[in-house]
Write a protein that binds this ligand. Structure first.
Ligand code: EPZ
Length: 420
């Protein structure tokens, strides 16, 4: 297994290109199951989760090619509608094939994703909504078995909780359903907005895009023709590099980014004393005189993103005072706390609230990644820790960050990937 070795306390400088969004690419790849012609997607990040979903589609009989950030997927001749455990267990977002497979073929089997480090992450809301659209859903030997032999029918869906992939699944299911589906309490993430926009460009009438109330008019199983498109920039990768600049008190420019998707992250950084110059597709962050403590509560978009919680916790260890972070979306998304404490961080946990006192001098040591965003928090802490830090189990990192060590090396960081 690989691990990362970092020497801390080196200021960073320069420009960092932001890759396409992993969490936009995944539903868009699943969406190709609705197309009668090959689909061409640009600006796709070369990360493990994308390769996993492509492997799943190939397993179902799709023809996929992926090179130089461009994907072509042809699902015209699918031979199977069973997403097996061996692939689904490595990536929960595989559940995104459930809606498209069911609405196109009238039946499918998708393995239950199983557990995850950050929480139980049920899919009950996905299943309840599909049943409302006329599907028969049973759970058999760890698989969701979904049947809708006459196709899905538009329905009024109300989500008890906001669910990003749940909203994406139902939008895709509704696209080929008979009649109109409304979704109340829909997720408003930019990744969901792009899925709606690409479907609209393919002829699907969708009202309320970007709002919590969507109305989707289905084609009654007529397949779509999709024009080529590019994936939006990854707002979480961008936020992570903004935190890398902040924690090392460096000036950095992010390029190929969408500032509008980072409003709450930029607002929090400025509350902490940093200053961000906003361009059309660039953000330049400047050091703070003194890093001020902050209060953060994670919320669904456009609130503060849970996927930035761990990164800000690392940054708060360098703030002068006491910060609090409340994690409202997931029940176990503080796995990075004990690893940050090993580096010397002063963090106290009480239920879903973490209290971070700073500034604390961090000292390099061995730490272990536990999930995707926790891993990036450890990289940030290692950048400011004195001495050498070895970060183990970085396969978590490779799921969602493209060429992280190369990108940091171009900024001057002392980081290298080694073999255990
Ligand atoms: C998406 O996960 C993202 N993944 C996650 O990013 C992100 O943290 C999360 O949304 C929240 O923003 C992708 O887009 C691939 P949810 P998702 O359904 O859709 C509960 C990363 O780091 N819930 O919005 O799985 C659930 O338990 C990943 O890139 C139900 O109770 O999250 C959670 O508490 C991590 N029943 C809350 O809703 C359901 O049927 C939000 O989950 C579905 C969800």
């Amino acid at each position: 297994m690989d691990y990362l070795q970092l020497q801390g306390q080196t200021p960073l400088h320069g420009n960092i290109p932001i890759s396409g969004a992993k969490n936009a690419s995944l539903p868009l790849i699943a969406m190709t199951l609705l197309s009668k012609t090959p689909v061409h997607i640009g600006n796709v990040p070369e990360v493990v989760d994308i390769k996993t979903l492509l492997k799943l589609l190939q397993h179902l009989g799709a023809a996929c090619s992926f090179e130089d950030h461009r994907i072509t997927i042809d699902t015209c001749c699918l031979t199977d509608t069973k997403a097996t455990y061996d692939i689904v267990k490595t990536m929960r977002a595989s559940i995104l094939v459930l809606g498209p497979l069911l609405t196109r073929f009238g039946h499918c089997e998708v393995s239950l994703p199983g557990g995850c480090a950050i929480g139980q992450r049920p899919i009950d809301l996905h299943l309840k909504a599909l049943e409302k659209m006329g599907a028969t859903i049973t759970i058999k030997s760890g698989y969701v078995v979904a049947e809708a032999p006459d196709g899905l029918v538009g329905a009024a869906i109300v989500f008890d909780k906001i669910t990003v992939t749940g909203t994406a699944n139902i939008i895709m299911a509704a696209a080929l359903a008979r009649g109109t589906t409304t979704i109340t309490n829909a997720a408003r993430e930019p990744e969901v907005v792009q899925l709606c926009n690409v479907l609209r460009q393919s002829g699907i009438v969708i009202e309320g895009v970007g709002s919590a109330y969507l109305s989707i008019h289905g084609t009654d199983r007529a397949l779509l023709e999709m024009v080529p498109f590019h994936v939006i920039p990854d707002r979480i990768e961008a936020g992570t590099y903004l935190c890398a600049a902040a924690i090392t008190n460096s000036t950095l420019t992010l390029t190929g980014v969408c500032p509008a998707h980072l409003e709450t992250v930029i607002a929090k950084l400025e509350e902490m004393g940093f200053y961000c110059d906003i361009g059309e597709r660039t953000i330049t962050i400047h050091p703070a005189e003194t890093i001020k403590p902050v209060t953060i509560t994670t919320q669904e978009y456009p609130g503060f993103p849970t996927d930035m919680q761990a990164q800000f916790m690392a940054l708060c260890t360098q703030a002068s005072g006491t910060s609090t972070i409340e994690e409202r979306l997931f029940e176990n998304r503080f796995m990075h706390v004990s690893e940050l404490q090993r580096l010397g961080a002063d963090i106290k946990l009480s239920g879903h609230i973490a209290t971070i006192t700073g500034p604390t001098k961090l000292s390099g040591t061995d730490v272990m990644a536990t999930d995707l965003r926790a891993s990036s928090a450890l990289v940030l802490a290692a950048l400011v820790a004195e001495g050498e830090t070895d970060i183990h189990r970085i396969y978590h990192l490779d799921r969602g960050y493209e060429k992280l060590e190369e990108k940091l090396q171009t900024l001057g960081a002392h980081i290298k990937r080694l073999k255990e």
